[in-house]
Design a protein. Structure first.
Length: 183
């Protein structure tokens, strides 16, 4: 995470032991990071689809992923292939793909981030000695950034402190309404 590190989020939300003055300073730093993030996001408008850019720029509240649940995290050279032996997984023809799916807090919106041309994946899901070991928990925040002229990066930060960062070339974003499991 470039803009919203766990330390910044934890201190701005008063999840750690600190003075009131330190917490107020952290809140200011958090909102400065949010403004800087929005400025850099403007430069990504031409590099992702309109719906993807709208999501990252305006997706909050019910349409966002705060407190969303991770449904799937999948990475591989052939995640869309049927494993029946009828397709070749030649290393010269396959490009790594990562797919991340979420259900929003209300469980009525399903989001898919399909990242093509993956060149880097970093996960820290279960920190040793943390009270959340074995539980990824709710998504706290997310960010889309640029690593260079060709690659983008999706960063995910969970309230447990778990993080997922994927560097990739192209994003296919889908959002669909589903019938809530709570009905």
């Amino acid at each position: 995470m470039k803009f919203f590190t766990y330390q910044l989020v934890a201190s701005a939300n008063d999840w750690i032991q600190q003075t009131e003055e330190e917490q107020l300073q952290s809140e200011k730093l958090f909102w400065a990071a949010a403004e800087a993030y929005e400025r850099q996001l403007e430069g990504l408008r031409s590099r992702v689809s309109g719906p993807a850019w709208d999501f990252f720029r305006h997706g909050f509240g019910h349409d966002g992923l705060h407190d969303a649940r991770l449904v799937l995290l999948s990475v591989g050279d052939g995640i869309y292939l049927v494993s029946d032996g009828s397709f070749s997984l030649s290393t010269n023809r396959r490009v790594a793909t990562a797919k991340v799916e979420f259900l929003n807090r209300e469980q009525d919106l399903h989001y898919t981030f399909d990242m093509r041309g993956v060149s880097r994946l970093q996960c820290d899901l279960f920190g040793e000695g943390t009270p959340h070991a074995g539980n990824i928990g709710d998504l706290y925040t997310y960010e889309l950034t640029s690593t260079d002229d060709e690659n983008l990066e999706l960063g995910l930060l969970f309230a447990s402190g778990a993080t997922v960062t994927v560097q990739f070339r192209r994003l296919v974003f889908r959002k669909r309404r589903i019938k809530s499991g709570k009905d």
